[in-house]
Structures are given as structure tokens and as C-alpha cells.
Design a protein. Sequence first.
Length: 139
Amino acid sequence: MSNDPNDTDRTTLREQAISRWANEGGEIPDVEPPHASVDAASTQTRAERTYVDGPPQTNAEIVQLKVRMIALESLLMALLSDASPQQLALAKEMAGTISPRAGATPHRLTVQGAAQMRWLVERAQILREQSSKPAKPQP
């Protein structure tokens, strides 16, 4: 094992990133919503309860989020396509850690998020292979 302090920092950062997935991508915690009455909360299952974080997003806000997501995916693809094999393996491994806790119901968005992570890594590997091939001479 390496004595490099950067390895410890990377390990700590990785563990922190993985721990953020512990709530399964947005699972509602075991607390009553502050706005719900006792009767309403007792008749709903935990999965049926939701929180109101603010007003619904406008179409313009949703479009802006989509634009930002496209930009982030493109940037990530560029970075992953130049990543080392160890970094790509780490990204795949991290996607594999995103799963429900034992006995918990899989959260659809979390499962889709893990699949999207694997797809991004696979796509980056394809881009990497294509960019390593010599260009065909133009006639």
C-alpha cells in the first residue's frame, strides 16, 4: 500500500462521493413532513409522502436544466475519453455501488442513474478507441 498522502485524500473523497448515494437517490427519510397533519401522515406509506421544496419549476427552468445536463455530459465524456484505464475502472466500480440497501425497494431514478454512469464510461471507451486509430488519408 502506498504512503502517498494523495492516495488517502483520493480514498476519502471517493468514500464521501459513494456515501452521498446512501439515500438511494432521493429516498424519503423516516421523518414526518413538516407540513403534514398527523392523520394524513399516518394514512400514507413512506413512499407516498413527498416534500414541497418550493414552487414547481417553469418550462424555462426545465429547459435550462436540460441544457446544463447536455453540457455536463459532453464535458464528462471528453474527460473520460482521456482517462486512464484505472480511472475508467473506478468509474464503473462506482456505478456498481449504486444499489438499494438490503431489504429496500430500488428507487427507479437511482437505478437509471447507475445505468447512465455505466453507459457514459462505455461510450468514453468507444471514443477513446476511435481517437487512437490513425486517421484515413484523404484522397
